[in-house]
Design a protein. Structure first.
Length: 132
């Protein structure tokens, strides 16, 4: 990238777990990335079209070989795989949510977002008649 930082910004479509009219309560966002070099990946969530809240960040390591301080045998590690879960239980019940990822190129060469998943649970309606 010839020394110029490249900004990455991704916003997911609205997620409702296939149940638009039922409240979801809490959950987590799972992020898996592959990186060569050091990146800071920030993850945000918006609930019911509200403002984005920062859930946290995933920082990758710079695993590239530094030729200034090398010793034999040299091991070229290069890319690394990174997983992290971001919990959003504290934001209360919601109907729809969106996830936003931003990445800052600290000292990186290549970044791939391999997976972004949302895991949640439903607050089931209990009927007064049936109790179910």
């Amino acid at each position: 990238d010839n020394g110029v930082d490249i900004e990455y910004n991704e916003i997911s479509r609205k997620y409702d777990a296939g149940t638009s009219f039922e409240k979801k309560n809490g959950g987590e966002v799972f992020l898996r990335a592959k990186a060569v070099g050091q990146y800071t990946i920030n993850i945000f969530a918006s609930f019911d079209e509200g403002s984005y809240n920062k859930l946290g960040e995933l920082v990758t390591e710079d695993r590239r070989t530094n030729f200034a301080s090398w010793t034999l045998p040299m091991i070229f590690q290069g890319e690394g795989l990174y997983d992290k879960k971001f919990h959003f239980d504290s934001y209360g019940p919601w109907y729809q949510m969106q996830v936003q990822l931003t990445a800052e190129d600290d000292f990186g060469e290549d970044l791939s977002i391999l997976e972004t998943s949302i895991i949640t649970k439903l607050d089931k309606y209990l009927s007064e008649e049936s109790g179910q």
